[in-house]
Design a protein around this ligand. Structure first.
Ligand code: SF4
Length: 345
């Protein structure tokens, strides 16, 4: 397995340079629920802005949240800031080297703690993510559906924990999962574990992992208000807690199970508006159908609008990447509205 890894391990940006616990932690947090390709530019940008955990701990919350925009799962960013500050305050800027202490830090769960211990400190730890889960369920033909089967998967993975190149083992398994033991059409003929693989022996690799069928996500409905002013739009700072907490967003209605009717809603600012369209966005726990209302307000109206909403600000369109994806989708409708075109002309 390690020989395979030495020849076939992926060249990922967070594997360049020294095994700094800060870098390992940062990459592991970014990679939760996120593909390597999507996370890589964010990782590089964060390291450029904040090369050490002390730099990150001293950064303004708003800047960190803005740089995180587009990565999703925004509680990760809030915990990232809290964790960096805890590492600086409680540990003098050095991450602890054991799972028990790491698990006390904000945002650390069993997977991240084990990954940091193994990869950054080179100590044996049972690192189990969704990819290693797939390899283990196939190797041992674990048919108990997930999530119930997770205890069995952890037991199976524990057999692979080794003192010898402790940090390379989990990375080798992850790379095998990503490139060979793929979710669909695994390349078993290229696999170094083929001879011991129960699923391969049965000709049933793709049957594992067995998962309970998921209930369809509930649907909610909302209206996003795109209020244009000059070369920007009105954005609001969201409350710290809850979905997208602490991020910038667009003003919007409640996201509720029933569709909104025109009679129930009025735009938060006076004046004509145009219904520009609607789009879909899928969150972890629900799917959102969101309509887009576009409005344009004058410079003279702007100051009273901002006075009336103390969490509103003007976000230049050139900086829209600091908005979460669910709101950036609404801005795509700006080009499609005659209201805006008329204003531009
Ligand atoms: Fe996965 Fe196939 Fe290798 Fe088994 S033999 S671990 S199913 S790639």
């Amino acid at each position: 397995m390690l020989a395979w890894y030495d020849c076939n391990g992926r060249d990922l940006v967070w594997r360049h340079g020294e095994r700094d616990p800060y870098r390992v932690w940062l990459s592991e947090v970014m990679l939760q629920q996120t593909t390597t390709g999507h996370a890589a530019p964010y990782y590089s940008r964060f390291l450029t802005l904040w090369p050490t955990v002390a730099d990150l701990a001293g950064a303004p919350d708003e800047q960190v949240m803005a740089e995180w925009a587009g990565l999703g799962y925004y509680s990760r960013a809030r915990n990232l800031i809290k964790c960096a500050r805890a590492v600086v305050q409680n540990f003098g800027g050095r991450f602890p080297d054991n799972e028990a202490e790491l698990l006390k830090l904000p945002g650390f769960g069993p997977y991240t703690a084990a990954a940091v211990v193994a990869i950054a400190f080179g100590k044996p730890a049972n690192v189990v993510d969704g990819n290693i889960e797939r390899v283990m369920t196939r190797l041992y033909a674990i048919a108990t559906p997930l999530p119930e089967g997770r205890a069995l998967v952890r037991e199976a993975a524990a057999q692979w924990v080794s003192d010898d190149r402790a940090g390379d083992w989990p990375q080798a398994l992850m790379d095998l999962a990503a490139t060979v033991c793929r979710p669909k059409a695994p390349l078993c003929m290229l696999c170094p574990l083929r001879e011991g693989c129960a699923a391969f022996a049965r000709g049933e690799a793709e049957r594992f992992p067995v998962k309970l069928s998921k209930a369809p996500k509930p649907r909610r409905h909302g209206i996003a208000f795109v209020i244009q002013t000059g070369d920007g739009v009105i954005a609001e700072r969201r409350v710290d807690k809850g979905l997208l907490g602490g991020m910038l967003g667009l003003p919007h209605t409640e996201w509720r199970p029933q569709p909104w009717t025109a009679d129930e809603v009025s735009s938060p600012v006076a004046g004509p508006y145009q219904v520009a369209g609607s789009y879909e966005h899928v969150f972890t726990h629900f799917a959102l159908s969101q309509s887009v209302w576009v409005q344009r307000i004058s410079d003279s109206a702007l100051s009273s609008v901002l006075r009336a909403h103390n969490n509103w600000q003007v976000l230049p369109l050139a900086e829209q990447k600091s908005l979460p994806t669910v709101f950036r989708k609404a801005l795509k409708y700006l080009d499609k509205t005659s209201l805006c075109d008329a204003e531009k002309n």
